[in-house]
Design a protein around this ligand. Structure first.
Ligand code: BTN
Length: 319
């Protein structure tokens, strides 16, 4: 079926006969595969008598060679999957099997994309970026402090480089444009965080998605923001370059070196918020972040810091 997709991805018409000949199957087998492609990958294929079959829009698939050309040789080893449960899960599995990090896992779609706080990350085929960078971390907790916030900054800079206006961050690591989510970030760990561990930096960027009824929050995409389709291979290369630079800075100087820059990018500085952890809620005013990436809130006139992957922020009505 992927061979058929590769034949069709140019967005031109292909006759059933030509497709059958290229695949070595009958025209009716081609027809069956086309039906399957449409159902399985949610693609639209135009069928015109006398002309043949055409994808509704040309597809640029993820490609190791293209990524390395855009990255001018400066990229991590990359594994590309057509379909995977979750690129984060695959990254953790490979790390557990002893695969040498750093490396990158990408997929055209995820069947069980993981979001924060147990949510599902909607991951349609060939539209967005599902990117997991696996790093080996030595040297204990300091190397992990504020790491997810640094990833948010790197993503924000990358999106700005592609022309997205008004992009900013929401603690700890949502990347938003006018209150709409354009990227989600999920860090997962395996091993001993106080000694040697592997961390997976999972990044989901809405790239060329234009409509999707499954997403249960306000969202936007690069394409919606800049008004043109984006080459995801170029995006992978650019994001990797940005991440490389920021991760090196974080490794050397820790999160404290990013604190001010991060606060400048924070969309909710000075706002009245509620910090939610399970069933409990703390109301306060956002002061910024501390040197470890924790959220600084003024609560009843006293400054307090909060950290933890299960926390989430909401604006208060009186904000
Ligand atoms: C969030 O809920 O905001 C975080 C979403 C993170 C999604 C990305 S997509 C690539 C990687 N693989 C996953 O299963 N999740 C992350």
């Amino acid at each position: 079926m992927l061979k058929l997709l590769n034949l069709l991805k140019d967005g031109r018409f292909h006759s059933g006969e030509a497709l059958g000949a290229a695949l070595g199957v009958s025209r009716s087998a081609v027809w069956k595969q086309l039906q399957h492609l449409e159902g399985e990958f949610n693609l639209t294929i135009h069928k015109v008598r006398g002309r043949g079959y055409q994808l509704a829009a040309p597809l640029v698939l993820l490609d190791t060679q293209a990524i390395s050309e855009f990255a001018e040789g400066e990229s991590w080893p990359v594994f590309i999957h057509q379909t995977i449960d979750s690129t984060n899960a695959e990254g953790l599995r490979l790390a557990g099997q002893g695969h040498a990090a750093p490396f990158l896992v990408l997929a055209e779609r995820q069947t069980a994309g993981r979001g924060r706080r147990g949510r599902m990350w909607v991951s349609p085929f060939a539209e967005n970026l599902y990117y997991s960078l696996v790093l080996r971390v030595e040297g204990g907790m300091r190397q992990l402090e504020g790491l997810s916030l640094v990833v948010g900054l790197a993503v924000m800079r990358t999106l700005q480089g592609f022309g997205v206006k008004g992009v900013g961050l929401k603690w700890p690591n949502d990347v938003l444009v006018r209150g709409q989510k354009i990227t989600g970030i999920l860090l997962e760990l395996v091993g001993d965080p106080a000694d040697v561990c592997h961390v997976v930096l999972g990044i989901g960027i809405n790239v060329n998605m234009q409509a999707n009824e499954q997403v249960d929050q306000q969202w936007t995409s690069l394409r919606r923001e800049v008004g043109a389709a984006i080459d995801r291979n170029q995006l992978v290369a650019t994001l990797s370059r940005q991440l490389k630079r920021e991760l090196e800075r974080h490794r050397r100087y820790g999160f404290a070196a990013f604190q001010e820059e991060w606060e400048q990018a924070h969309l909710w500085q000075g706002r009245n918020v509620s910090l939610i952890a399970g069933n409990s809620q703390i109301d306060g005013v956002v002061l910024g972040v501390d040197g470890q990436g924790g959220l600084r809130l003024e609560v009843d006139g006293v400054e307090k810091s909060f950290s933890g992957g299960e926390l989430s922020l909401r604006l208060r009505d009186d904000s």
